[in-house]
Every structure is written in C-alpha cells, then in structure tokens.
Ligand binder design. Structure first.
Ligand SMILES: [Zn+2]
Length: 379
C-alpha cells in the first residue's frame, strides 16, 4: 500500500473531468485542487491560519530553496516541515530540479547529476537523484517529486529523447534512494516536450516503476495554450486512472479548467501571489490592475462576486492606496484575494463535475472573465 492513494468519486458526464480524494498521512484533499506555493516554507505574506480560512487543503514548498536556506538538517531537527512552519495539512515538495535548471548558472549535466552554482552565494553544488531524495526525506512532506531533467523549450527530438531516457533512469534511482516509503509518496514526472512519442515513452517507463502518482512536467514553459492542451490529450491515456495526476507549474484560471477537463487532479503555480504583489488581481470579470488611477475613488470591492474577507471589508480605492504606498497590508490583501479566487474556482469546478456540467461552467466563466476576447490576457 502506498503512503498516498487516490479515491475516485465520479467522472463528469459532460466533460470527462474527475472528482476525487487524495489520501495522505496528513489528511485528505479534494481534487481537482490548486496548491498554493510556499517556496521558503511560507506562502508569501499569508499565515497558515489565513490559508485554512480560505480552505487551502495542500500547499507546495521548494526543495532547492529550503536546502540552501535554512538547510534540511535544521528543518529535520525541528520535527519536519509541517512542524517547522506550523502547517498540519498535506505538503508536497518539488525535487529541486526545476530551480537548478532555471535559476542557477554554470550548470553541467552528467549521468550522475547536475553541477551548478548556488544562486545566492556562488558556491559550487551538486544535486543528484539520491541527494534530492535525502533532502525530501529530511523535510518530510507527504508527497515528494522525483528528480528529473527539465529541458529547455523548445527542444529537438534527439535531445529530448536522451533527456527523457535519463529522467527515467533517474526516476529509478529516486525510488531506490527513497527511505520513507511508508509515510511519504514519491511521484514520477512525465517529460517529453511537445513530442507525443516521447511523452508516451516517458509515461510508460515511469508507470512500469509503479509510482503512487504522476506529474506532467515541462509545460507552461512558454508554449501556446493549445500546445499544452494537445500534449495533455496525447499523454493522459498513458497515465493510470487509479493514481493522482499533477500538472506542474500551471495556475492561470483558464488552464485550471482546461486541465481538469483533460483529467488533471492537481495544479500549482506562483502566479496568484506573484501578480498580487504588484497589485494585479484575478476577478470573476477578468484581470484588474488596482494600481491604475481609475480606481482612486472606486469604493467597490476588488471583485463584487467574491465572498473573501478582503472583498467583504476593503475597497479598491483603499487597496490601491496601500499598494501605491508600498504598505505591506496591500500585498497581503491582494495575495489573500487571488489565492481565495483560485481555491474558490476549483471548488466551483468540483461542484460542476458533481452536477455533470463542467463544459457549461467553462463557457460561462470564459465569457465573464474575457478569455474569449481577442485581447484576452493569459490570466
Ligand atoms: Zn475577494
């Protein structure tokens, strides 16, 4: 029995989306689900109590960042990540791979692992599948991710094929090195870029290793939305239906809905908190940049259809003033609303699946949000 299991509740008869529960050692979360990102063991500016108030059921944290600061040994000594940050619900950590490939310079990839320089101090470091497992075993999340190669986009077929094969060998080494199989579930990551044969090969390699869950990596890296949807359609038939399926790094409202329709159960992205910090809000009628002068005397809430405590208590004019004045409360209020917006969106998606009407919901949401307009922004 794996430490993390998927329970299927129902399939939407209109869209094919799945409603389910993922059971973990720190409790159960509903799917499809959005996971707020707490890079450095904190979802920026939000306390765990606030995250619970908005019904966050699982959060994500970053292995690479915690390895460098404060170091996994300190977190292990604290009793693990849950205790260290006072979050008693499920946690997922990534493998560190994505950050090594995107943040650091001077990296060189060998069969053994990746040599790179610490982006803070310049110190030379070496990350391997075994090292990533050792760090994640020390951090103690419910769900850990296999250490994979994250190739650039776009990548040639020949490069991608070698990369996919290395990722499969690394996945095997991760399973071998994972020392807490009884209380931490390790997910494999399907790569392969836009090449359907390589996505299939990657999925089949990983499925033969019997992971408790599977992620789709290498998307949301600059490709057009229709490419992402096509890759999902070509890949999902090779991912077992009795395991959770996680689309990594995707957090725009349209992609959460379109991913759910293609059978994805879990999503994460820094987008809602990152754009919040410069005063950009996701609302039911589209993007709102609260810094803009036109909101100086606008005493309506950020989103008139939102039930969050920010929208119940504060006006656009006040939040604009806070953001323009670099007041910390402004960042907090915008982050709170954006996270609440995506968590509520996923609750609405789950309700639509329960009632077999997710395609109708999609149409109404896209119309209201403005995704159907030619000038629509990607969030
Ligand atoms: Zn709100």
């Amino acid at each position: 029995m794996h430490a993390v299991t998927y329970e299927h509740i129902k399939t939407c008869r209109q869209s094919g989306a799945r409603l389910g529960h993922v059971h973990t050692p720190h409790g159960t979360f509903e799917t499809p689900m959005f996971m707020p990102v707490g890079t450095l063991a904190t979802v920026k500016t939000m306390s765990p109590d606030e995250l619970k108030e908005m019904n966050a059921q699982i959060i994500l944290s970053n292995t690479y960042h915690l390895w460098l600061r404060p170091g996994e040994d300190i977190i292990e000594e604290a009793g693990g990540l849950h205790k260290f940050m006072n979050w008693d619900r499920p946690i997922l950590t990534d493998s560190g791979g994505f950050q090594v490939f995107s943040l650091s310079d001077l990296r060189s990839i060998t069969e053994e692992g990746v040599h790179f320089r610490n982006h803070l101090s310049g110190e030379k470091l070496f990350l391997t599948p075994e090292k990533s497992m050792q760090i994640q075993n020390a951090l103690g999340p419910d769900i850990m991710m296999a250490f994979d190669e994250c190739p650039p986009y776009p990548a040639e077929h020949s490069y991608m094929k070698a990369s996919v094969e290395r990722t499969s060998r690394w996945a095997e080494r991760c399973l071998e090195a994972h020392s807490r199989k009884g209380d931490q579930g390790l997910f494999g990551i399907v790569q392969g870029g836009e090449h359907p044969d390589l996505r299939r090969q990657s999925a089949e390699d990983l499925v033969s290793l019997d992971f408790p869950g599977y992620a789709i990596g290498g998307l949301s890296v600059g490709e057009p939305k229709d490419v992402m949807n096509q890759v999902l359609e070509e890949t999902m038939p090779f991912i077992p239906e009795d395991k959770p399926r996680y689309l990594m790094g995707v957090g725009s409202a349209d992609s959460l809905i379109d991913g759910s329709i293609r059978g994805i159960d879990m999503f994460d992205c820094v987008l809602p908190t990152r754009i919040a910090r410069n005063g950009t809000l996701m609302t039911s009628t589209g993007r709102l940049v609260v810094r803009n002068a036109k909101f100086a005397r606008d005493f309506r809430p950020l989103d008139e259809n939102c039930s969050c405590s920010v929208c119940r208590n504060y006006s656009r004019a006040y939040i604009r003033h806070l953001i323009k004045s670099n007041e910390m409360l402004g960042l907090r209020l915008c982050s709170y609303h954006n996270l609440h917006f995506l968590l509520q969106l996923m609750e609405d998606v789950r309700q639509a699946i329960r009632e077999d009407r997710l395609l109708d919901f999609r149409e109404a949401f896209f119309e209201s949000y403005g995704f159907n307009r030619p000038d629509a922004k990607n969030f």
